[in-house]
Design a protein around this ligand. Sequence first.
Ligand code: HEC
Ligand code: HEC
Ligand code: HEC
Ligand code: HEC
Ligand code: HEC
Length: 176
Amino acid sequence: MKSSAPFSKKGRIFIILVAVGIVIVAALFLFTPKTQAATDQPIAFNHQVMVQLGVNCLFCHSEARRSPAAGIPSMEKCMGCHRSVDPTNPVIKQVADYYNRGEPIPWQRVNQLPRFVFFDHAVHINNGQNCEKCHGDVGHMTVDKPVVTMDMGWCLTCHEKQPNGKQLQDCVVCHR
Ligand code: HEC
Ligand code: HEC
Ligand code: HEC
Ligand code: HEC
Ligand code: HEC
């Protein structure tokens, strides 16, 4: 009598291998940090060029020292230099077009916490934490991208090392 199984032994081994393969690929997807991809920006903004020429982080992100958000520089700030610096560069022309239309550049966020988390740049900057600790070497990035996954474990790992680590791990510090 012929076997009633729909597949031969070889066929069954093949199906099992494919199934195992799918599980592995799915697992890789699930456990790959989701914040590592670079974001597509409306303007090809290159940190490395301007930072290596000596423009300071806080010149452009001036709110970082005094408020929760670091802030993205206004187009006025860009044009303050670029009316005269490199005005024929096609990317600078794109910036000038936005400026002349009075339309803000729709920059995409790179690092973003969920809304139920409170973060404050000023507190960190004024307590000796520099940008590189959390954002990596942005001054050598042509496209800025996250260097860490900014999850709760990451925040707490640094907080517990502080002299007042106990208070800094209190839920209400970050969930207000
Ligand atoms: C202790 C870690 C930490 C340090 C230090 C830090 N940042 Fe941030 N930064 C973050 C986190 C977390 C976010 C996301 C905040 C959110 O979504 O509310 C962020 C977001 C940003 C953003 C986008 C949103 C915004 O706030 O405008 C900019 C720009 C930024 N950081 C620049 C800087 C610069 C420049 C410095 C140094 C002067 C700096 N950061 C220092 C953790 C840090
Ligand atoms: C303090 C002055 C200053 C400010 C402010 C400034 N830039 Fe620049 N930027 C420069 C200099 C200097 C260069 C290099 C020009 C060159 O190589 O000839 C440059 C180069 C550039 C380039 C060309 C980079 C490349 O890949 O060749 C772009 C694009 C640019 N800036 C965009 C901006 C944008 C957008 C802003 C505002 C967010 C801005 N800049 C603010 C000084 C400035
Ligand atoms: C010439 C102005 C300029 C300077 C100088 C500058 N930045 Fe920025 N930065 C920008 C602009 C414009 C953006 C938004 C576009 C982008 O993300 O590339 C940005 C974005 C960022 C972001 C991502 C914000 C987000 O959405 O999470 C970080 C982090 C950051 N900058 C950190 C730094 C650090 C650290 C330095 C100094 C090493 C620095 N920047 C210097 C203009 C500047
Ligand atoms: C690299 C170290 C480091 C990391 C990472 C870090 N923090 Fe902090 N945080 C500090 C230090 C240092 C202080 C100031 C401590 C003090 O008040 O003496 C602080 C203070 C704070 C405060 C203010 C507390 C108060 O009493 O006003 C908040 C809110 C906060 N952190 C939120 C966060 C969140 C949310 C994250 C993660 C997204 C984070 N921090 C990641 C080092 C860090
Ligand atoms: C230093 C900052 C910080 C402190 C302190 C903190 N959290 Fe969080 N928490 C975060 C951040 C950032 C996130 C969002 C990222 C994530 O999900 O890991 C988060 C997310 C969460 C979430 C949502 C998790 C999810 O999967 O969506 C819960 C629930 C939570 N926290 C509870 C707590 C409790 C309870 C405490 C006190 C024992 C606490 N947190 C203390 C920073 C903090």
